[in-house]
Design a binder for this molecule. Structure first.
Ligand code: PMV
Length: 347
């Protein structure tokens, strides 16, 4: 039996989220939370997709007829949404490379919380595309996989910066500027990530479909405010660029005190552009008060009216265990993460 597995990492944006949408620099890193897509030959025709950590739903899709058959699971809408990235990856590969014609079972297992700004969507696209390209013997060079995955994200979301798919593909660190992706070789960092209200993969609820729009909504709000406060926002955006540049140097020089201070300043700018909801603000303040070297929102941030769902990243210094306990009491899902790990791995 043919069986291909593709494993890819989640990401954190360390500096420059939002500002990157307007061409400024952003620095992101892979973290040691992974998602695996397994493609194996099936006895049934068409594609059968199973997200292993979500036992309550599944979906069958026949590529020849395009027919989708929901199995009698609890919530078809949520299921369809959760695997929209898989479905669109398959469609895209079929159109571009003419793959298909045999039964394929696809199974996804993931350690990446959904809607947490940790890149679960991009990870799903990269791993699905890599596994299916290999399965059907299509040239699977990394740059091609990244581009394909980014196109699929665009199709599903309407917009997507290249950061997430770059990190899931290459691992390590990437610097994005003016839409260009540059891979950087920087040392590993030990960080803490705290997620508010992220949806564990064991749940599939209506909330998930709504959360999918969160990033888009926040990015649109920033755009509107940027138009109103043009000169002010331009200045803030230039400062962010300088922060990201200095942060790369701080990591190169192992200057963690400076790195933490830059995270705190970056967080202040994110607050200034209105993407920090109360609950994420509390996690950052708590971290700073308990002695973290630096703390900031990571990714799109959040909205109070959406329950403040989102994530923060913390450079803990000596404050690690105490800090994690306090963040948990504040309602966060807390993870120790290491940056800079392997990108796409096939096995
Ligand atoms: O939280 P995420 O993974 O959706 O990150 C969004 C990052 C933004 O800079 C806000 C948008 C983008 O496309 O870069």
């Amino acid at each position: 039996m043919k069986k291909i597995r593709a494993s890819v990492p989640a990401k954190v944006i360390l500096f420059g989220e939002h500002f990157v949408v307007y061409g400024k620099q952003a620095l992101a890193a892979a973290i040691n939370r992974r998602l695996v897509v397994e493609a194996s030959s099936g006895e049934r025709s068409g594609y059968h997709v199973k997200i292993a950590n979500i036992p309550t739903f599944g979906m069958e899709m026949d590529l020849v007829t395009g027919e989708e058959k929901a199995r009698p699971y609890k919530d078809y809408d949520a299921a369809a949404n959760a695997i929209a990235y898989v479905r669109e990856s398959i469609r895209y590969l079929e159109e571009k490379y003419g793959i298909g014609g045999e039964g394929v079972e696809i199974e996804i297992t993931s350690e990446i919380p959904l809607s947490a700004g940790l890149g679960s969507s991009a990870a799903t696209c990269v791993a699905t595309i890599a596994a299916l390209k290999e399965y059907f013997g299509v040239n699977g060079d990394l740059d091609g996989i990244r581009e394909d995955a980014n196109r699929v994200e665009h199709r599903v979301q309407g917009a997507a910066s290249p950061i997430d798919t770059a990190i899931s593909t290459y691992g390590g660190y990437v610097l994005v500027e003016e839409g260009e992706v540059k891979r950087l070789h920087l040392a590993e960092l030990n960080l803490i990530v705290g997620c508010i209200g992220s949806i564990p993969l064991s749940m599939a609820t209506k909330e998930f479909s709504e959360m999918g729009l969160k990033t888009k909504k926040i990015v649109e709000q920033v755009k509107e405010r940027k138009e109103v406060f043009k000169g002010i926002y331009d200045a803030i955006f230039d400062v962010s660029d300088e922060i990201t540049a200095q942060a790369v140097t701080a990591i190169e020089e192992n200057d963690f005190v400076k790195l933490g201070a830059l995270m705190n300043i970056n967080h202040g700018l994110l607050d200034a552009i209105g993407v920090v909801p109360r609950r994420l603000s509390e996690l950052v303040k708590l971290s700073q008060e308990l002695g973290a070297l630096g703390a900031k929102v990571t990714g799109a941030g959040g909205l109070d009216e959406m329950g403040g769902v989102g994530s923060v990243v913390v450079l803990p210094g000596e404050s690690g265990e105490r800090l994690k306990g306090a963040m948990e009491i504040a309602g966060a899902l807390v993870m120790d993460v290491k940056t800079g790990g392997e990108g796409l791995m096939m096995f």
